[in-house]
Design a protein around this ligand. Structure first.
Ligand code: HEC
Ligand code: HEC
Ligand code: HEC
Ligand code: HEC
Length: 436
């Protein structure tokens, strides 16, 4: 009886020692994993190794392994997840959001681009959106996060002047320009012992004029490049700038004294091909690809019906009749394999890929599908020289569509930074040189 009691007492003492060891050193730790402006990049295109970073599936794997090693992880995003420029952006953004919604984010700021398809488009997805100056109540004004005994509060501020609708007349402002309420909330959060995080798309120079940063511990500003910015310290505020396109994750380990940052350690975690895809997302990914294919088939049916008369494109086989040596060189080049390479990765139905890997996609008389326009697969003569049917019909006496273009201008249609970061005309042209 006595023995049991003393064992129990020793255990209690040990337990008390464990519990008190943290407060005794006075420091608490929390780790922020931050990113932003994925800009609709659901997956890297794989066009080149230099750009093959990121994607939702690798992100899921990386986050899971970080969480395994660290229970004090807070995962946040500065928003800017939706893209709305190319044909596929809506569908791609929808799946990007659904994918992220499986990863237990703690807070996601809203940027203007996120509401390009309406607020419903994003509020329908279970992500912890935050827009502190949003008027209509679709989004939370702040989120309190508790992790490893630390309390944090996340705010986000939209620039009313950047509201695309505000440029039109007679629409009620969606966001408030009055920072008074935000300042009050930040102050209240600080006095309640929380670490405050503020995300905003304002440039740093401007935000300093709009808001005193006294009660902001971490300021997250909008991405400017793919590369993460170096953290800066402004008074007691730590300023972080994520890199865009979801290629990497930012990690900052904070050592806190009370609810103030005492020290921090910053690291950027890349998401290269060696990070495996999260297996649990394979059904999500298959569903996405079949939706892409479905949309593509719908649109090519419409284009088939609309196509009337002859195509202005001839196809490389026809050019070969009179330009044998140029044709031989082309056949041996990577350009002649461009569609096969898409098929190999299951992307020959994705308009976002087809446009640079076929001839004249989404142009009158250009590539529609293999059955209807099998002569226009791959990157061919007419991608660079322009449509050549008239030239062929005239036995070579008529000029081609891109007559007068500088060679570099031809390449720049496809060899853009995001798909060919290592492109350099002086090194690439010799690999496909033909003509005089
Ligand atoms: C803006 C034009 C463009 C778009 C859009 C594009 N690509 Fe590419 N792709 C290129 C270029 C240019 C290269 C060659 C890059 C280099 O070697 O510098 C390439 C190369 C590739 C390769 C060959 C890589 C290798 O190692 O040989 C694959 C595979 C590929 N792209 C897949 C895709 C997929 C999948 C998509 C859609 C998600 C896509 N591409 C969209 C321009 C594009
Ligand atoms: C019936 C033969 C014939 C066919 C088919 C033909 N060409 Fe030509 N092409 C010529 C002749 C002849 C010239 C030289 C004209 C000149 O020098 O005035 C020429 C010149 C050119 C030139 C250089 C002059 C310029 O206008 O830029 C290019 C580039 C060219 N052809 C590309 C093509 C392409 C691409 C195709 C296929 C779409 C093609 N040709 C099909 C006969 C042909
Ligand atoms: C990737 C782009 C590209 C592709 C693909 C391409 N060419 Fe060219 N071609 C060029 C460039 C650039 C030049 C050089 C033009 C210059 O020097 O101004 C050229 C030159 C030529 C010339 C010589 C023009 C002259 O005035 O000497 C001919 C003919 C020609 N190409 C035909 C073809 C044919 C036929 C094919 C397909 C079998 C083809 N090219 C594929 C970019 C391309
Ligand atoms: C219509 C889009 C398009 C245009 C225009 C284009 N390319 Fe390409 N290029 C591609 C694609 C796609 C690939 C990758 C093909 C593959 O491997 O599947 C590629 C690959 C290449 C490669 C092989 C890269 C390697 O790693 O060996 C070279 C070289 C190249 N392009 C040079 C040029 C040059 C030079 C021009 C301009 C004169 C040009 N390309 C214009 C789309 C284009």
């Amino acid at each position: 009886m006595n023995l049991t009691r003393s064992v129990f007492a020793v255990l209690l003492l040990l337990l008390a020692a464990c519990v008190s060891s943290q407060p005794r050193s006075g420091a608490q730790h929390v780790t922020l994993i931050y990113s932003g402006n994925m800009n609709g990049e659901l997956e890297p295109c794989g066009c080149s190794e230099g750009g093959d970073f990121g994607g939702v599936k690798r992100r899921a794997t990386q986050l899971a392994s970080l969480r395994q090693d660290n229970t004090a992880l807070v995962v946040i995003s500065t928003g800017g997840l939706v893209a709305h420029e190319s044909t596929q952006d809506r569908l791609r953004s929808e799946y990007l959001l659904k994918g992220l919604a499986t990863m237990n984010y703690d807070a996601v700021a809203v940027q203007w681009q996120d509401v390009a398809f309406g607020t419903q488009f994003i509020s329908a997805v279970p992500l912890p959106w935050v827009a502190s100056n949003w008027q209509a109540g679709e989004f939370a004004k702040a989120r309190i996060i508790e992790r490893a005994g630390v309390l944090l509060e996340f705010f986000s501020w939209l620039d009313p002047e950047q509201d695309p609708a505000a440029k039109m007349q007679a629409t009620a402002a969606k966001v408030s320009a009055d920072t008074h309420g935000l300042l009050e909330s930040l102050k209240a959060a600080k006095s309640a012992g929380r670490v405050t995080l503020l995300s905003t798309a304002y440039p740093l120079e401007q935000i300093k004029n709009i808001l005193p940063l006294t009660d902001v511990d971490v300021l997250l500003i909008q991405s400017a490049h793919e590369v993460y910015g170096e953290p800066q310290q402004l008074g007691g505020t730590l300023v972080l700038q994520p890199g865009s396109r979801g290629m990497r994750l930012g990690r900052v380990d904070l050592e806190l004294a009370g609810n103030h940052i005492k020290t921090f350690k910053h690291e950027v975690i890349p998401l290269p091909k060696s990070v495996p895809d999260a297996a649990y997302l394979s059904a999500w990914y298959d569903e996405y690809n079949s939706r892409v294919k479905e949309e593509y088939l719908k649109r090519s049916a419409i284009r088939k019906a609309l196509r009337s008369g002859d195509s202005p494109y001839a196809g490389a086989d026809v050019c070969a009749q009179c330009h044998q040596s140029a044709h031989q060189i082309w056949l041996g080049s990577e350009h002649a394999k461009a569609f096969g390479d898409l098929e190999a990765v299951g992307k020959s139905f994705d308009p976002d890929c087809i446009k640079c890997h076929t001839v004249g996609f989404e142009r009158d008389g250009g590539f529609i599908d293999l059955a209807m326009s099998g002569n226009l697969v791959n990157v061919q003569c007419e991608n660079c020289h322009g449509a050549g049917q008239a030239h062929v019909a005239a036995g070579g006496t008529q000029p081609l569509g891109n007559k007068g273009w500088a060679p570099q201008q031809m390449c720049a249609q496809c060899h853009v930074d995001s798909h060919s970061p290592d492109f350099n005309f002086e090194r690439y042209w010799p690999k496909i040189t033909h003509g005089k």
